[in-house]
Design a protein around this ligand. Sequence first.
Ligand SMILES: [Zn+2]
Length: 242
Amino acid sequence: MLADGVAVVGVGGPSPFERKLSPCNDNGDVASLTAFDTLPRLVLPFRPGRMAKLYFNYSTMNAGKSTVLLQASHNYRERGMDTYLMTAALDGRAGVGKIASRIGISAEADTFANEDDVFAMIKSRLDQSKITCVFVDEAQFLTEDQVWQLARAVDDLKVPVLAYGLRVDFQGHLFPGSAALLALADEMREVRTICKCGRKATMVIRQDENGNTITEGAQVQIGGNETYVSLCRKHWREAVGS
Ligand SMILES: [Zn+2]
């Protein structure tokens, strides 16, 4: 509502300004708002009971996507809704069967390798007990077939699947799982972080132990001494010399 003495200019309904201030829709209907509607997406990424969807939450390195995933899962569990956590088996950072965030929180997760049928994994978990949704970390490492399996789980088992992954590798190429998710996901959201210049970081460089930018090598490198730095596209181009 507007403060005393502030005039609303115009006739025939609320001004755009007033509409923005009010939680009511044009019919003045506030009764349909629930606790879930008033929570930001980060807290509960989807409203339970709605149609199941495949979500792709993408980011560059070090944007905190595992933190966001773990927090979201925790928020459902805190409200008595069980979640099923999955992560890539080849991720050496967290150890087998665990999703870990750089800020120190972690949770147990089932791991998937390239040859695993993730639809069957989700179905088998659902057969044991009810789950509200599935969270998949390191989704960039899914194969295209596995992304189709997730889509089938959404469509046929009617369970929401929230996949979190990196969009591009250090050479600026899409990961296979991310390419398939960009093609098949019902909804996509970006987990944002910033470059050293303050712009949104969308790219990542790989550096050796001396801080030199590496421009060649395998898409996935595990157990080395390299580090990753997230940059905006302009600073990524400067770093890789393109
Ligand atoms: Zn920048």
